[in-house]
Design a protein around this ligand. Structure first.
Ligand code: IVH
Length: 681
């Protein structure tokens, strides 16, 4: 190929890859299969290796990272990068609005651009004549660090702007962040390698941008959303035209749309609100969606939309008067680890539980957190009396994120595990390859007995009305029951004479027990509480073996034929039925309980056989479990997580990271209506 032809071909490939990147990362509408993309990229890499002098500054190949730097140089921002003030309550928000109206001497409403407050790092991107030339951190607002090489590797940041309608010089301001899914997988890899991992996606993003070797940053899967514009101007060659203000819209929201049209990603949740009244709704909406969003946020941001009003309002110190963050309650706080207790679970697992100095975090007061096991304690390097960072995100159980080593007091004590069961004093043991310490007492252990009965009565198992956890504890403590089967021997007199129990509650329980005697085979198997036999496995076992006797007598090999049952689960099942104390209880239960015979369906009646579904988001017309049962009745498998093996994702309202993942994997996505049509077909 002559050099001329090569130049043309390289430019052509660059142009195509830029276009495909834009379609994939910004528009969410890939137009070519991955294989075609990869082919073009390989061709470009080969040409660039052969003709390095022809490699363009904005070549998409640069997304893989370049030569490592010795240090970051400094960048002086042409316009300072500002910060935001915060409000935390409706009253503080009202005060913010009043200050604006007072200053503008106006009672008029104004439009507001409403945005999530992304939890990453502020970055300024500079484009000259449409080509990405520089990226800088905020630093002190005036001078930041030159992180161009790392930012170049971020897949969703275009190295060349789309179209041709842009100013000679354009600075785009926004947040670099690490999506939750990338953070999780990065940390899992780190933990596998025995490394510490990052405390949260923000630290992971910061750590990645601070890498001097951009090849490392390239592997970190960072992302970017634009939320503003910095310097805009004409190049020196066009200097006589002055700053190109005419290009810019007079609305902040419109400006974001302008930069989106140039190929920069804009957060999809951004909304233009008519007035300050709508702010509270937006805040609540985003707070609701928070856990389902694919990226971490710590609040919302509200900006006066009209740029002329912004100019009139101006700045105080480092923050604009026309914008504020409206933050969510903190999800991370500092507190003291006062003690560690050990709890014995249903399967004998001994779990260390941190007793914390009560702390208000994520909207509730937290005084306990699980420490999981010895490995987790080692990983955290935690000691009693340490100051710890505690995190409570959404409805997730509180976690200890890390220890503040600098605050370790002299009386800090290492955490030692018990050498016998703290409840029944039986021996404890750790199975090979397991991190968990277990009590060997089985149902002799009062703690295991209580947990087994609670599980038996729980909603997804036999759903025994009138039998809550507290009552189970009381019944065991008072010696009235030892096993799930004993429940059915209780009389009204037994129960009504217990402390804090009236006749009505006793009636309730006796009636609940009567109803619970009739169940399904799947629920009965699940209720037994065999290790690692969850609802899905129990239902698969029932469908495969059709009778309880067949499950009881199955060998490990036979059990492994059941979907979802591997070597370990098969062993657990055989072990369970091999223990005489279990068999005694099971036989008693079989004599008391009943379930309908399972009808065997032919393949014609199972049109969704071998199809795997995942359901996410809110369904409006049927409950999740109803949808799951309807799909399973047609032979479908319903799984909790999206993988390459998923056939369909049913995406309800406000679907979040599972939807993004499914789209990334090319999994077919169904709406709720489409799923219903499929079920009724
Ligand atoms: S605007 C002129 N918008 O919050 C105002 N900032 O606490 C400049 N941030 O340094 C910032 N999401 O890193 C703006 N939608 C958003 C944001 C946002 C996150 C960060 C940004 C900034 C910090 C200020």
């Amino acid at each position: 190929m002559s050099e001329q032809v090569t130049i043309i071909r390289m430019a052509e490939i660059c142009q195509l890859i830029h276009q495909y990147n834009h379609q994939y990362y910004v528009l969410d509408e890939p137009s070519v299969p991955d294989a075609e993309y990869d082919r073009l990229m390989r061709e470009l890499l080969a040409l660039e290796a052969e003709f390095p002098q022809l490699k363009a500054l904005d070549s998409p190949s640069q997304k893989v990272g370049g030569i490592a730097l010795k240090s970051f140089s400094q960048v002086t921002h042409q316009l300072p990068m500002l910060s935001l003030d915060n409000v935390f309550s409706p009253d503080e928000w009202q005060a913010f609005v009043k200050r604006i109206k007072d200053r503008l001497k106006s009672e008029y409403d104004f439009s507001i651009c409403a945005e999530p407050k992304l939890d990453g790092l502020a970055v300024s991107l500079r484009y000259e004549n449409g080509v990405f030339v520089q990226a800088a951190t905020r630093g002190d607002g005036n001078v930041g660090e030159n992180i161009t090489e790392n930012v170049r590797t971020i897949k969703s940041i275009p190295l060349r702007l789309q179209g041709s309608d842009y100013p000679d010089i354009l600075e785009v301001r926004g947040e670099v962040f690490m999506p939750k899914a990338s953070f999780e997988s990065l940390n899992q890899q780190a933990i596998k390698k025995g490394e510490k991992g990052f405390a949260n996606p923000r630290n992971a993003a910061a750590g990645s941008l601070r890498q001097l070797d951009s090849k490392v940053a390239a592997k970190r899967n960072l992302a970017f959303y634009a939320y503003g514009i910095g310097y805009v101007g004409a190049s020196e060659a066009n200097d006589d035209e002055g700053i190109d203000e005419t290009w810019l819209a007079n609305s902040h929201y419109q400006r974001l749309c302008q930069i989106k049209a140039l190929g920069l990603p804009m957060c999809p949740e951004v909304k233009l609100l008519d007035n300050a009244e709508q702010v509270e709704n937006f805040y609540q909406d985003i707070l609701q969606q928070r856990d389902d969003l694919s990226y971490e946020i710590d609040g919302t941001v509200f900006k006066v939309d009209n740029i002329e009003l912004q100019v009139q309002l101006g700045f105080v110190a480092r923050a604009p008067r026309w914008a504020t963050a409206y933050k969510f309650p903190a999800q991370e706080e500092l507190t003291l680890l006062e003690a560690v207790d050990f709890q014995v679970g249903r399967t004998g697992a001994i779990t260390p539980v941190a007793r914390l100095k009560p702390i208000f975090v994520g909207g509730v007061t937290v005084s306990n957190a699980t420490l999981h096991n010895q490995d987790e304690i080692n990983r955290l390097g935690i000691q009693i009396n340490d100051t710890v960072i505690i995190r409570r995100a959404g409805d997730v159980i509180p976690q200890i994120v890390s220890v503040v080593i600098e605050r370790r007091p002299e009386n800090a004590q290492t955490i030692s595990f018990p050498t016998e069961c703290p409840v029944c004093q039986s021996a404890v043991m750790k199975a090979e390859g397991e991190a968990v310490l277990r009590c060997t007492g089985g149902l002799y252990c009062q703690a295991q007995r209580k947990e087994a009965i609670k599980h038996f009565a729980s909603r997804k198992a036999l759903d025994i009305d009138g039998l809550g956890d507290k009552l189970v504890e009381q019944l065991v403590d008072e010696g009235l029951i030892k096993t799930p089967a004993d429940l059915f021997k209780l009389t009204e007199l037994d129960v009504s004479t217990m402390e804090r129990m009236g006749k009505k509650s006793a009636d309730n329980l006796i009636n609940g027990l009567l109803v619970a005697k009739t169940t399904t085979l799947a629920k009965f198997v699940y209720a037994l509480g065999i290790r690692e036999v969850g609802e899905t496995t129990a239902s698969n076992l029932a469908l495969y073996f059709l009778s309880f006797d067949a499950i009881k007598l199955a060998t490990e090999e036979q059990l492994q034929q059941v979907p979802d049952v591997g070597v370990i689960v098969a062993k657990n099942i055989v072990n369970f039925f091999g223990q005489s104390h279990n068999i005694e209880v099971v036989e008693e239960l079989e004599a008391i309980m009943s379930w309908p015979v399972i009808e065997v369906k032919s393949d014609d009646e199972l049109p969704l056989k071998d199809q795997t579904f995942v359901i996410t988001g809110t369904l409006n017309q049927m409950g999740r479990s109803e949808a799951k049962a309807a799909l399973q009745a047609l032979g479908a498998k319903v799984s909790g997580s999206v993988s390459a093996k998923t056939h369909y994702l049913v995406a309800g309202e406000k679907a979040g990271s599972k939807l993004t993942k499914a789209q990334g994997l090319g999994v077919a996505v169904l709406t709720e209506d489409e799923m219903i049509t499929l079920i009724n077909a």
